[in-house]
Design a protein around this ligand. Structure first.
Ligand code: PNW
Length: 471
């Protein structure tokens, strides 16, 4: 069996985010975020779970860094909690909150692990949500002031900076579909939020340049892949609409300086438009140094035979269905992970090629990729998550194919280092390479951890090995 080698210096690692792992929700001056509020509203999060304790990573820097070291990680992607650093949303900086990240970064550097820092992974200070949150322009300016405090505190020690994690989730999943905080279902709210998130990103990139900081800055959108069910024109069009809504809405403004035309027109039919002011698109398209990509799943897509007419009805679900007019077809008997997402490694390969061709082959870090399987430790203490190993193996082969096809790939951080607070699913869905017992907080590396370690240390993958390890 052939050995699939990755480029030398390829940056392997693992990822987490602040609200999902830190806990310590009320320590050292942290104020509540929208997720503290949302998780306390009945019916929003499975089992009424919240991130008050999470993985307690706030108190376990040494333990987590030791796990990263044991994994052979060359980088750790984590996020900073805005409500720790600027508890009032805008204004005074809380040095105690910053100290946690200083200690974490120091510990990573001492372990020879490159910090990859995300400035916003969804924990907006609740006090800013009370003033309109991402729906208002002011939040973009507040974000830049917060970002500047973090830039200055960690300048020179952090080289890789990510402004936003997954703008589609921040805007659409949270303001259009109501599934994440703040839980709204309103197209205009989503489109306004998307614009202000993009603006905040562009303003932060400009601030980073203005400060003359060493390092690289980019954004980490999640991308979807839609493979046409057939070559019939309606199906091809459905795929394009699906991608415009999910991918291009964020990537076109950054790389091309405008929103995708067809989706703009479709939103306009619902009376919705982005609140663009003069100069915004130039700010949003400020040059970045890399693109972070989060990929989990994709689907075969076709148009509905009888599309819902695109008009305002007041029924948000129906309007969204009409806006997209896409349907997924499970034609392949795909395996699904425990969260219900299709195992679709071919989509990973396809979307990387699509990004290469559409956006001029930018340097790309895969900032998230991983699988939800809820395997628990066996009696002997071992977590036999062979299905997760298979997911990683297939996706790393897809990644290798993309590199061989000329995609400018620089690194890969697996989601996630730890089982953690999986948003609306609470602790009921596990993505970790390390199992966390949420009663004792004991951490147990799973079989997938040991498998990935071999890949990371060899900087290469031998297809077929997963099958042996899984048993
Ligand atoms: C991403 N969806 O979230 C996030 O960046 C992580 O924080 C999260 O834990 C991980 O993926 C796994 O879910 C998403 O419903 C959450 O489409 C939900 C969706 C997409 C991404």
């Amino acid at each position: 069996m052939s050995l699939l080698k990755f480029p030398s210096g390829f940056l392997w690692g693992a990822a987490t985010s602040s609200y999902q792992v830190e806990g310590a929700h009320d320590e050292d001056g942290r104020s509540p975020s929208i997720w503290d509020t949302f998780s306390r509203q009945p019916g929003r999060v499975r089992e009424a779970h919240n991130g008050d304790v999470a993985c307690d990573s706030y108190h376990r820097i040494d333990e987590d860094v030791a796990l990263l070291k044991a994994l052979g990680a060359k980088t750790y992607r984590f996020s900073v909690a805005w409500p720790r650093v600027v508890p009032t949303g805008r204004g005074a900086v809380n040095e105690k909150g910053l100290d946690y990240y200083r200690r974490l970064v120091d510990a990573l550097i001492a372990a020879d692990i490159e910090p990859m820092l995300t400035l916003y992974h969804w924990d907006l200070p609740q006090c800013l949500q009370d003033q309109g949150g991402w729906q208002v322009r002011q939040t973009a300016h507040d974000f830049v002031a917060y970002a500047e405090a973090v830039f200055k505190a960690l300048a020179g020690r952090v080289r890789l900076w990510i402004t936003m994690n997954e703008p589609w989730c921040i805007a659409n999943l949270s303001h259009q579909m109501g599934e994440h905080a703040p839980g709204l279902r309103d197209h205009q709210a989503a489109v306004s939020a998307a614009h202000h998130v993009l603006l905040a990103h562009g303003l932060a990139v400009r601030k980073f340049r203005e400060l003359g900081l060493p390092g690289e800055i980019g954004m980490a959108p999640n991308v979807d892949w839609r493979e046409p069910y057939s070559q019939r024109q309606e199906d091809l069009d459905a795929c394009r609409r699906g991608l415009e809504w999910f991918n291009n809405w964020y990537l076109d403004p950054i790389y091309r300086g405008h929103y995708p035309e067809e989706m703009l027109q479709r939103y306009a039919a619902l009376g919705v438009e982005p609140p663009v002011e003069s100069g915004d698109m130039e700010i949003i398209s400020s040059k970045t140094d890399f693109l972070g990509i989060n990929y989990y799943t994709g689907s075969y897509t076709r148009a509905h035979d009888t599309p819902t007419p695109l008009q305002r009805t007041g029924d948000v679900t129906q309007e969204l269905a009409a806006l997209l007019n896409v349907g997924s077809v499970d034609v392949t008997g795909f395996k699904h992970t425990d969260i219900g997402w299709a195992h679709f490694p071919e989509g990973f390969y396809r979307v990387l090629l699509w990004l290469r061709d559409r956006y001029g082959n930018p340097p790309v870090y895969i900032t998230e990729n991983g699988a939800c399987y809820n395997d628990e430790p066996d009696a002997d203490g071992r977590v036999r998550d062979g299905r997760r190993i298979a997911y990683y193996e297939h996706h790393l082969i897809a990644l290798h194919r993309a590199i061989r096809s000329g995609c400018n790939l620089k690194g890969y951080t697996a989601w996630s280092l730890l089982d953690n607070f999986e948003w609306a699913w609470g602790y009921t869905m596990r993505f970790g390479l390390v199992h966390v017992d949420f009663k004792t907080l004991k951490r147990t590396p799973k079989d997938s951890f040991h498998w990935l370690k071999q890949v990371y240390e060899a900087n290469a993958l031998r297809p077929g090995e997963a099958g042996r390890l899984a048993h």
